[in-house]
Design a protein. Structure first.
Length: 342
């Protein structure tokens, strides 16, 4: 089969590899239809390995059709359309038993540690898959995994109806955060970015105010929009230096700061202000499949998220030139999907 195999920095090859083995106990064999790429994939290509363990087939956001299943699988049949949550957990460690499967002692991710969905076929545990309803096309279904990541971050942030929130970085995962917060009727819902097109998308997805950080002081504008109090929740989704401190500057006393962006190296943070204003600082990682993936599918089924966030759909052969390099250079204005059937 054809697949995108990651070997290291600036070394991804579209090549022929062997088909996956027949599905084992509890596994599904999936013919991949659409796969998404994100900042994690581009970071691995541009300056990795960061999380990936090469050589590995990339692709942790994908949808496809069941072609075979192993012993012990129930609830799935050949021809079913599915999405996979991509994160594999053991189910028996302390964290799994407490419902935090994303922190599993042996957590692995399809597309980073195990061969993923940027290939014609992929094996995935059935336990981390959910069926796709007839009302959702493959392009929209391919957004389920990143939508689940956003939902998990918002759960960590304790966003709620009527509470205020700021999303720093409205491109990529930030667009999903805006959509998820809008679904909760968060208000005001403020998106901050340096790209006017991304801010337009944020408005289309439900942001009540947007701030162009190249033209305005984002902290001053957030305080203006929140009557001088700051936001209940600020989510940092850029991974850029200085953004965690910016988030702390924007949050109100007793509020929550969520760091979702992946930061390399150390970041300076004013801990006196963190303590003095009793701000809760949280990390967030991936998602909890059992809770967040079904919620993501429900939102996708009743929203027009895909029409707002999809930049373009490319063939596998165009992965480098029209996909990963575009993301790495910050030229993408929305989500890029790969069509594995073309």
């Amino acid at each position: 089969m054809r697949a995108a195999v990651y070997y290291g920095r600036h070394d991804i090859r579209i090549e022929l590899i062997g088909d996956p083995a027949p599905p084992g106990v509890g596994e599904l064999l999936i013919r991949v239809s659409k796969a998404g790429i994100c900042g994690t994939d581009s970071a691995e290509w541009d300056h990795g390995p960061v999380l990936a363990v090469p050589p590995v087939v990339l692709g942790h956001e994908f949808t496809g059709e069941v072609v075979d299943f192993g012993a012990g699988v129930t609830g799935f049949a050949g021809g079913d359309r599915i999405v996979s949550g991509a994160g594999i957990s053991c189910g028996i460690c302390e964290w799994c038993l407490s419902g935090r499967t994303n922190l599993c002692e042996t957590y692995r991710t399809l597309g980073l540690h195990v061969n993923g969905g940027l290939a014609e076929y992929v094996l995935t545990p059935a336990s981390i898959c959910r069926k796709v309803g007839s009302g959702l096309d493959d392009v929209s279904a391919a957004l389920a995994q990143p939508m689940a990541v956003a939902i998990h971050a918002l759960r960590r942030a304790k966003t709620h109806k009527g509470g205020s929130a700021v999303i720093i970085g409205s491109g990529g995962i930030g667009a999903f955060l805006v959509a998820g917060a809008a679904e909760q009727e968060v208000a005001p819902l403020i998106a901050v970015d340096v790209d006017a097109r991304r801010l337009e998308t944020a408005l289309a997805l439900g942001a009540t105010q947007v701030i162009d950080a190249t033209k305005e002081d984002p902290t001053a504008k957030v305080l203006e929009f929140t009557c001088g109090l700051g936001a209940h929740v600020v989510v940092e989704a850029t991974g850029k230096k200085g953004s965690p401190q910016l988030a702390l500057n924007m949050v109100r006393r007793g509020g929550d700061v969520i760091v979702l962006g992946l930061h390399s190296g150390m970041s300076e943070l004013d801990l006196l202000e963190l303590t003095r204003r009793e701000v809760d600082l949280h990390g967030t990682l991936a998602h909890v499949c059992a809770e967040d993936l079904p919620a993501a599918l429900r939102i996708l089924e009743r929203s027009k998220l895909s029409s707002a966030v999809i930049d373009h759909v490319i063939a596998l052969d165009a992965l480098l030139d029209e996909g990963l390099s575009v993301l790495a250079e910050g030229r993408a204005t929305g989500k890029i999907l790969v069509d594995l059937l073309s």
